[in-house]
Design a protein around this ligand. Structure first.
Ligand code: BGC
Length: 371
């Protein structure tokens, strides 16, 4: 039995016993600032299928336990209904705080209303939760900056500011239900669009991206590598005939980049010769290996350990009734209110600095990367 499961099982058992004996909870708070139980923090993560969320969940779970809290960590297989059920089950255990990395940022209003009724505080983790007043804080990396770094990398690599071009660009965006995806795209497109407008970047697939709001025209739902791969296959098969080559791919993250790289490989592109520039995000292991093998040009690294530390600190501040640290109170309007946020800085990693940034910081061992 895994540690997390053991904790959950223990917590579930305690709640069942409490319900059976007619108590509202076996761990009623003695500092009565809230009606929720004193020590439990619920953590809802979207999926185990992407490396980053496994790291995020495990890391936050460990930090909270180290700080003396009980946790219930749940993964929802990228299924919105499953995440809602998991949140409902956590709410039944009366935690002090829920930390939620949502799947669909607009689907949690009703379940969070129940949390609010029990005075459970909610922190949106990495992804904003929209269209509800019942989200108290947001902690994330600067999402717009992630896209901006990808756009600036492309401009620099291609020498666009020096007037070079035209180059063939294929743009992609993240899942259309993820609030972050539009920020990533906007950050990149604000940098790249002037070059599309001037004809220095050409989009052979003809995707319509006249404004940042058109990002859903290139969205890959569920952020899956497979969908990105088949979309790239389609574009290459349909629009890159007669020897035409793609020079650059704007990929918002590593899972999409992986699929795009598989497509390029199957179409006969060769690293070091005609392989295009490709961006990414997350520093997933497979992608860092691809960076070392010249199959990906960069990744935007978000050291999820720092996000975990920040969120763990915020949880502690909430539970102790202290002022909760935020550094942005204007950017993230969720449609009902501006959610006070803490934004962390993302960092570009290329082949040249995999060692100094990812290994020396302890994010990966040299061994794991085959260095
Ligand atoms: C996260 C990215 C991640 C993507 C897919 C986004 O919300 O910010 O880091 O790559 O989801 O899971």
């Amino acid at each position: 039995m895994s540690k997390n499961f053991r904790v959950l099982a223990a917590v579930t058992l305690a709640a069942t016993l409490a319900a059976a004996s007619g108590c509202s909870s076996s761990r009623d708070s003695d500092d009565s600032s809230s009606s929720s139980s004193s020590n439990l923090v619920g953590i809802a993560m979207p999926t185990k299928s992407l490396e980053r969320w496994n790291n995020d969940g495990a890391n936050l779970d460990a930090l909270l336990k180290k700080a003396g809290y009980e946790t219930s960590l749940q993964y929802a297989d990228n299924k919105v209904d499953q995440q809602i059920t998991q949140l409902q089950n956590m709410i039944n255990l009366n935690p002090k705080v829920l930390v939620v990395a949502s799947i669909d940022g607009t689907a949690l209003g009703p379940v969070l209303e129940k949390a609010a009724a029990q005075k459970i505080k909610v922190i949106a983790y990495d992804r904003l939760i929209n269209s509800t007043a019942n989200v108290d804080y947001y902690a994330t990396f600067d999402n717009y900056q992630v896209g901006k770094l990808q756009g600036e990398f492309i401009v620099e690599k291609l020498g666009l500011a020096d007037g070079k071009g035209p180059f063939n660009l294929e743009p992609f965006a993240g899942s259309s239900d993820d609030n972050n995806a539009k920020f990533f795209f906007s950050g990149a497109w604000d940098v790249l669009k002037p070059y599309v407008d001037s004809g220095k970047l050409v989009i052979p697939s003809g995707k319509k991206l006249a404004s940042n709001d058109d990002w859903k025209n290139v969205a890959i739902d569920g952020w899956t590598s497979q969908k990105a791969q088949s979309e790239m296959d389609n574009r290459l098969n349909s629009f890159y005939t007669g020897g035409k080559k793609v020079d650059v791919v704007l990929s918002p993250n590593d899972s999409l980049a992986l699929g795009i790289e598989q497509s390029l490989e199957s179409q006969g592109y060769k690293p070091g010769t005609d392989w295009p520039i490709i961006t990414g995000q997350d520093a997933d292991l497979a992608n860092v290996k691809n960076i070392l093998a010249d199959k990906q040009s960069m990744t935007v690294w978000k050291d999820t350990r720092t996000l975990g530390e920040q969120v763990s600190k915020m949880v502690d501040q909430i539970i102790k009734g202290e002022t909760v640290e935020t550094n942005d109170t204007s950017t993230y309007n969720n449609g009902v209110k501006v959610v006070p946020s803490y934004l962390l800085p993302p960092v570009v990693v290329t082949k040249d600095d995999v060692k100094t940034k990812l290994v020396d910081s302890g994010f990966y061992t040299a061994d794991k990367l085959g260095l």
